[in-house]
Design a protein around this ligand. Structure first.
Ligand code: NAD
Length: 408
């Protein structure tokens, strides 16, 4: 089996810390693999990389945070036993020591104060930055003797940026970099560019624009690299895409679907800024119309409640009309530990992306749509149909002995 590097953008955050803690806990047999889609029996025949064979590193705006977040997951959030963190502290500290300075320019006002810290290079042009980021990835690969490195964006949500003609083609995008047009290039784009330019797959787990830029997709295709995004589907939107198909199949007309989310943590703090929040609301808003075939009255509220820490609550009210025009309603309350919901999906995405690259696949990995709120190039949002796309992909690979043998 290959040795695989996982390079996390936002490596000192809650989600990144939980990814590292979880992978190490499972590898060291402290915890079972529950919550990982790739541990389902359907995936047993796919030769996916083992969690023991993953090495971690990444970029962030601060030199520390990973170990502290892992500790908070046990002590403040009570999501995992304290003994996990104690037993894994040396592993976590080793990954924290590998975290390299990221690129902050254009990441939005909610991250500006953090971005000015001494950890980051100052007055660096875009062209110099993408070379430095690419060198980090090559350096990690060589130092850890890795067969491949998968880059996953779990950094703070950026405000949206309107795409222009310069983002349409690779040539134009390269010009933006050479001319240091930093107002047109956000960190998620710079990271995607650096990864794809050096031939490393890129997955965007956040609502930041990243791989949605056509020029970057062209770059991925040019270097024959797999990529995908955007925004992991872990809570309220997951439930929406499960329930909406039911309303459609029972011919129950949804009149209104009002969703109200409260969350704490770093993500909540960043999303409290309306400029950053716009990206999250946008990525959450496409699913109902696409699934129902019409647009009910709908609203997505997101509010920051610092005391909640890593916990998140979503309350949704669905007003619908049935037989003889009778109006009824459904309400649900979803309470989840944000990074515990998301971390296994990040590990699933790493394993499936690495497999795709090893089997010679490239371009958008549309079979991974079920993991995302806003899946690139896929109009299907209904969760059961998206899961079928993944099952069909697995079936194709497990029936095809030639591909399987090549991937081993
Ligand atoms: N359930 C979930 O946890 C979930 C689901 C879907 C999407 N997401 C997305 O994942 C991301 C991370 O969530 P989190 O809870 O870990 O947030 P967090 O605030 O705890 O962590 C984000 C990390 O990114 C770092 N960062 C900010 N700007 C950066 C930059 N330019 N370069 C490198 N690092 C940078 C921050 O310093 C921080 O360490 C968010 O965008 C969130 O919307 C999370």
């Amino acid at each position: 089996m290959p040795n695989v590097g996982v390079w996390l953008i936002g490596a000192q955050g809650s989600l990144a810390s939980t990814v590292v803690l979880g992978a190490r806990a499972i590898a060291r047999k402290l915890a079972p693999g529950g919550g990982l889609v790739t541990e389902l029996p359907e995936f047993a025949l796919l030769p996916l990389v083992k969690l023991d064979d993953l090495a971690f590193g990444g970029w962030d705006l601060a030199p520390a945070g990973l170990v502290a977040h892992a500790r908070a997951l046990a002590s403040e959030t009570a999501a995992v036993p304290e003994s996990f963190v104690t037993q894994l502290e040396a592993d976590l500290a080793a990954v924290e020591a590998c975290v390299r300075p990221g690129f902050a320019s254009g990441g939005g006002p909610a991250n500006r104060a953090r971005g000015t810290r001494a950890f980051l290079p100052r007055r660096e042009s875009l062209a110099v930055a993408v070379e430095r980021l690419g060198d980090d990835l090559d350096g990690f690969r060589h130092a850890e003797r890795l067969d491949s490195v998968i880059v996953v964006n779990v950094g703070s949500t950026e405000p949206p940026l309107e795409l222009t003609r310069d983002h349409a083609r690779l040539e134009g995008f390269r010009r933006l970099i050479q001319r240091d047009r930093r107002e047109r290039v956000t960190p998620s784009m710079a990271y995607a560019y650096a990864a794809l330019e050096r031939g490393f797959p890129y997955v965007n787990f956040t609502p930041s624009v990243g791989i949605a830029v056509p020029a970057l997709q062209e770059l991925g295709q040019k270097h024959h690299v797999p990529f995908y995004g955007s925004d992991g589907k872990t809570g309220e939107t997951l439930l929406k895409t499960v329930l909406a198909p039911m309303f459609r199949c029972r011919n129950l007309e949804v009149l209104s679907w009002e969703g109200f989310n409260i969350l704490g943590g770093g993500d909540g703090r960043v999303l409290a800024d309306p400029r950053h929040k716009r990206s999250k609301v946008k990525s959450k808003s496409g699913v109902l119309g696409a699934t129902l075939g019409y647009e009910p009255h709908t609203r997505v509220g997101i509010e920051y409640v610092p005391s909640l820490g890593n916990w998140k609550t979503a309350w949704d009210f669905i007003h619908f009309e049935g037989f003889l025009g009778t109006k009824m309603s459904v309400q649900f309350i979803w309470q989840g530990c944000d990074s515990i919901l998301a971390a296994p999906l990040v590990l699933d995405l790493v394993r499936l992306t690495e497999f795709a690259q090893r089997t010679g696949e490239a371009g958008p990995m549309t079979h991974l749509a079920c993991f995302f709120k806003d899946p690139l190039g896929v109009r299907v949002h209904a969760f059961p149909e998206q899961v079928q796309m993944l099952k069909d992909y697995v079936a194709r690979h497990t029936k095809n002995g030639r591909k399987l043998r090549r991937a081993r």
